[in-house]
Design a protein around this ligand. Structure first.
Ligand SMILES: *[C@@H]1O[C@H](CO)[C@@H](O)[C@H](O)[C@H]1NC(C)=O
Ligand SMILES: *[C@@H]1O[C@H](CO)[C@@H](O)[C@H](O)[C@H]1NC(C)=O
Ligand SMILES: *[C@@H]1O[C@H](CO)[C@@H](O)[C@H](O)[C@H]1NC(C)=O
Ligand SMILES: *[C@@H]1O[C@H](CO)[C@@H](O)[C@H](O)[C@H]1NC(C)=O
Ligand SMILES: *[C@@H]1O[C@H](CO)[C@@H](O)[C@H](O)[C@H]1NC(C)=O
Ligand SMILES: *[C@@H]1O[C@H](CO)[C@@H](O)[C@H](O)[C@H]1NC(C)=O
Ligand SMILES: *[C@@H]1O[C@H](CO)[C@@H](O)[C@H](O)[C@H]1NC(C)=O
Ligand SMILES: *[C@@H]1O[C@H](CO)[C@@H](O)[C@H](O)[C@H]1NC(C)=O
Ligand SMILES: *[C@@H]1O[C@H](CO)[C@@H](O)[C@H](O)[C@H]1NC(C)=O
Ligand SMILES: *[C@@H]1O[C@H](CO)[C@@H](O)[C@H](O)[C@H]1NC(C)=O
Ligand SMILES: *[C@@H]1O[C@H](CO)[C@@H](O)[C@H](O)[C@H]1NC(C)=O
Ligand SMILES: *[C@@H]1O[C@H](CO)[C@@H](O)[C@H](O)[C@H]1NC(C)=O
Length: 733
């Protein structure tokens, strides 16, 4: 019997469809088709209208077909009226006016205009006339100004999504947010991201509401118990204060809770830990204190409790989750050890426990966590060796163990982290030679080994492509000795390009980067500072506070992308190679506390980006170059160089006919004789004598006309000659 019924049913629906589609070829009223086309023609089509998506389907709309068959249009089956219009990501660009023909589609129930570019358009009060609307999505489309009160007439709305690109570019009108919510009695979901609501959280809203997204909306006041009965709550980046209510009665459906970046305090109440289906818990950047209790469910996906004052151990239940992706507990006062059960989190992508008081050793199994991309245990009290073997399956891109008490060697198995981009082992007690084999990591961009007990010479590693992607290398405050590693510099291919001048692009961008920031301590411009995120503009070499000797190799001049070069507190000698003039984006140059001598090359005035220059405590002589940036440096740049004269020092160089001390011609050895003609150029370039106006003007012309390559090569050759000569000179005396 059942079977016969089924066959009959299929036959029936088939016949119905046949009758419908043949008998009613023009289901769509012509005026509605016209309205749709007219609407579309008000805009240009730009695939870039929204950053991340576009869809060309509206381009196929044409009067030659029934508008009910058009892509992204849905008609009522019986009346033929257009009831749904889904223009999400349609590449529409232009102003959205109140006279838009869209408002003729008075039967619309669902309207999605999100992710287009209506920049500068106001939200028309006429939206309030589309009284059948149950879904309205105006998010990420560039609407600005006041959200008109007429929106609150849409009392059939289930879903209301409005947001702006510029924070607070939209605001709620003079009518009260509370009244809006009160009128929309059917509301299930409301999303008002970055809209300036500027009020307290309303207490009276639709009993159907499950989703309340009011991130960055200038809300203030304390959290009412009422909101915790929703399933999805985002009130991040507001000015809420006080505690989370300690008791919430009734059913608890909360799955996703986002309260980051407020001024909430008190303990995290125990009912939060008992929520049966909690998946996302973001409470970062508040003032929560007390312990993290044991979670009762195993449903967690994302947990970020960063930047609070939480104490006590990491609860065991957090390490016993089945699908946890992010575990971010950094910048708290957590103590105790990291249990090796953390390795049971098979789905974990980000483990960030930095800046706590954790002690004990690093779990041996960490290197076997195959999905992990970020391992950040920086600034804790971890001790022992880095006793883990990173296996070849690992996906790690960031390893940060900075600021612990780790001993022993740099673990050789790091070579298996073939996706590694960021490695910070700084400020530990590692005792090893330079791990030149790290150069084999093809994506390594940032390497910090500063403040350890690393020692010995940095051996030549002529391997091709070794460290080719490196942008930041910090080996400072160790015991490295021998010559500066010329072959290493040669390999820094990524530093040989002048990248972006400014910008906020990060080196390491991934789906997890919004939750996790790869901070890095760097010394630049004379200060230790923490970069909250390492940007593509950070190109840094820091080899300071070691025992390097010998000369500054000319090849440094090839690293034209450098922003900061610090070779201070070593035993370097010789002169500053003129090739450094090519470092046109260099902002900070610190060569202090070495034994570098000779004159400061006049060419360095071409370093117009230079903000900080420290040449103090060396053996420089002669006149300080004058002009451009050099007019901005004060005495401190030159302290402890008795042979220097000229501005800003009080010691005068002696005016136009003054003969600076270091100009005594050096004898040419046989092998250098043929270079004799170049010497005169060098003399000109070095601006022999502060008052030598001609010399300066030649340099000026050279610099302003972009001197040819042969010329710069010549200068480079010269550095070597001078360096060789200085060496001999030194030996003689
Ligand atoms: C879209 O953006 C790309 C890259 O920013 C640009 O080259 C292209 O011209 C843009 N296209 C339009 C239509 O604006
Ligand atoms: C709609 O209004 C805008 C601005 O007020 C005007 O430029 C445009 O011509 C009008 N379009 C129609 C079809 O009336
Ligand atoms: C609520 O909606 C009705 C129409 O449905 C409207 O007349 C009234 O002004 C609205 N109330 C508020 C506070 O906006
Ligand atoms: C938000 O709106 C309030 C009241 O309308 C106003 O005082 C405040 O300056 C606005 N804030 C921002 C950031 O635009
Ligand atoms: C909430 O609004 C409803 C309908 O307007 C009203 O009946 C109820 O008393 C209000 N409740 C509160 C607590 O204001
Ligand atoms: C929390 O609520 C429950 C039942 O509603 C009650 O039994 C309990 O005493 C309350 N606890 C606190 C701390 O208010
Ligand atoms: C922390 O939250 C406050 C308050 O919302 C905000 O001003 C600040 O920018 C936030 N800090 C961070 C690092 O997110
Ligand atoms: C929470 O902050 C409020 C001020 O916003 C303060 O009065 C209160 O004492 C704080 N409570 C705790 C437990 O720190
Ligand atoms: C957290 O640790 C810091 C630094 O050790 C300390 O100054 C602070 O008092 C601690 N806070 C709490 C709430 O224990
Ligand atoms: C870790 O710190 C706790 C105190 O917070 C201390 O009792 C314990 O002995 C320490 N363990 C190790 C291995 O240092
Ligand atoms: C490294 O860890 C393994 C496994 O926990 C242990 O057997 C071994 O003794 C540890 N080695 C060192 C040097 O701590
Ligand atoms: C490094 O380790 C070696 C032996 O392994 C030891 O002789 C040396 O003293 C250590 N260096 C430092 C600075 O601790």
């Amino acid at each position: 019997m059942g079977c016969v019924k089924l066959v009959f049913f299929i036959l029936y629906t088939f016949l119905c469809q046949l009758v419908f589609s043949s008998a009613l070829p023009h289901l769509c009223p012509e005026d509605q088709a016209h309205a749709l086309l007219q609407f579309k023609h008000m805009f240009t089509f730009n695939p870039n209208a929204s950053d991340d998506c576009y869809d060309t389907r509206t381009l196929s709309w044409s009067m030659s077909t029934d508008c009910c068959s058009w892509d992204r249009v849905l008609c009522d089956e019986t009346t033929g009226q257009v009831i749904e219009l889904d223009l999400y990501c349609s590449g529409l660009q232009g102003k959205f006016y109140s006279n838009s023909s869209l408002f003729q589609l008075s039967n619309l129930k669902r309207l999605d205009l999100s992710r287009n570019d209506f920049s500068g358009s106001l939200i028309s009060p006429k939206f309030g006339e589309l009284s059948s609307l149950t879904h309205l999505d105006l998010s990420h489309s560039g609407f600005t100004g006041v959200i008109p009160a007429e929106i609150s007439h849409l009392n059939k709305l289930y879903f209301l999504y409005i947001s702006t690109v510029d924070p607070y570019g939209l605001r709620l009108g003079p009518y009260n947010f509370e009244l809006l919510l009160k009128n929309l009695t059917q509301l299930r979901e409301i999303y008002l991201d970055s809209v300036n609501i500027s009020s307290i959280i309303p207490l009276n809203f639709s009993s159907y509401l499950t989703y309340l997204w009011l991130r960055r909306t200038q809300l203030r006041g304390v959290l009412p118990e009422r909101v915790f009965h929703l399933s999805y709550l985002s009130l991040s980046s507001n000015s809420l204060n006080g505690p989370i209510p300690s008791n919430v009665s009734g059913p608890q459906n909360l799955q996703r809770l986002y309260l980051s970046s407020n001024y909430l305090n008190g303990t995290i109440p125990s009912w939060i830990f008992s929520l049966p289906s909690l998946s996302d818990l973001y409470l970062r950047n508040n003032s929560f204190s007390g312990k993290i209790h044991e979670f009762k469910s195993k449903t967690l996906l994302y947990v970020s409790l960063k930047q609070n004052q939480l104490q006590g151990p990491i609860p065991k239940s957090l390490l016993d989750q089945q699908e946890l992706y992010y575990l971010i507990l950094s910048q708290n006062n957590l103590s105790g050890q990291i249990a090796s059960t953390v390795c049971n989190l098979k789905t974990l992508r980000v483990l960030d426990l930095g800046s706590n008081h954790l002690n004990g050793t690093i779990p041996h199994c960490l290197g076997e966590m195959s999905g992990l991309k970020v391992l950040d245990l920086n600034n804790n009290r971890l001790s022992g060796t880095i006793n883990t073997t990173f296996n070849t399956e690992n996906q790690l891109r960031i390893i940060n163990l900075y600021g612990n008490k780790l001993k022993g060697k740099v673990p050789p198995s790091l070579i298996n982290c073939r996706y590694l981009e960021f490695l910070d082992l700084g400020n530990n007690e590692l005792n090893d030679t330079f791990p030149s084999w790290l150069g084999g990591l093809p994506y390594l961009r940032i390497l910090s080994l500063r403040s350890n007990k690393l020692h010995g010479p940095i051996k030549d590693s002529r391997t091709n492509n070794s460290f080719a992607q490196i942008r930041v290398i910090d080996l400072s405050s160790n015991g490295f000795s021998g010559k500066l590693p010329v072959s290493l510099f040669e390999n820094f291919q990524a530093m040989k390009i002048i990248g972006e001048n400014s910008g906020t692009r990060e080196y390491i961008v991934d789906d997890y980067s919004s939750s996790y920031a790869n901070t890095l301590i760097v010394t630049t411009k004379g200060l230790d500072l923490e970069l909250p995120r390492v940007l593509t503009t950070n190109i840094i070499i820091n080899l300071s506070r070691n025992r390097f000797e010998g000369y500054l190799p000319s090849i440094i001049g090839d690293l034209v992308g450098l922003r900061s070069l610090n070779l201070s507190h070593n035993g370097l000698e010789g002169i500053i190679p003129a090739s450094l003039q090519h470092l046109s984006v260099l902002e900070s140059l610190d060569l202090s506390s070495n034994k570098i001598g000779g004159e400061i090359p006049q060419q360095l005035v071409s370093l117009t980006s230079l903000e900080v220059l420290n040449l103090s405590h060396n053996q420089f002589v002669g006149c300080i170059p004058q002009g451009k940036q050099f007019d901005t440096f004060d005495n401190s740049s030159y302290l402890g160089n008795d042979g220097l004269c000229g501005f800003p020092l009080s010691k005068d160089c002696g005016g136009d006919d003054g003969v600076p001390q270091a100009t005594t011609p050096v004898e040419l050895d046989d092998e250098e004789e043929e270079e004799g003609d170049l010497i005169s150029w060098q003399a000109v370039l070095m601006g022999f004598g502060c008052g030598l106006v001609i010399g300066l003007s030649i340099i000026y012309i050279m610099l302003s006309t972009h001197y040819p390559i042969w010329f710069s090569r010549m200068v480079v050759r010269f550095d070597n000659i001078i360096a060789a000569r200085m060496k001999r000179h030194k030996k003689r005396y």
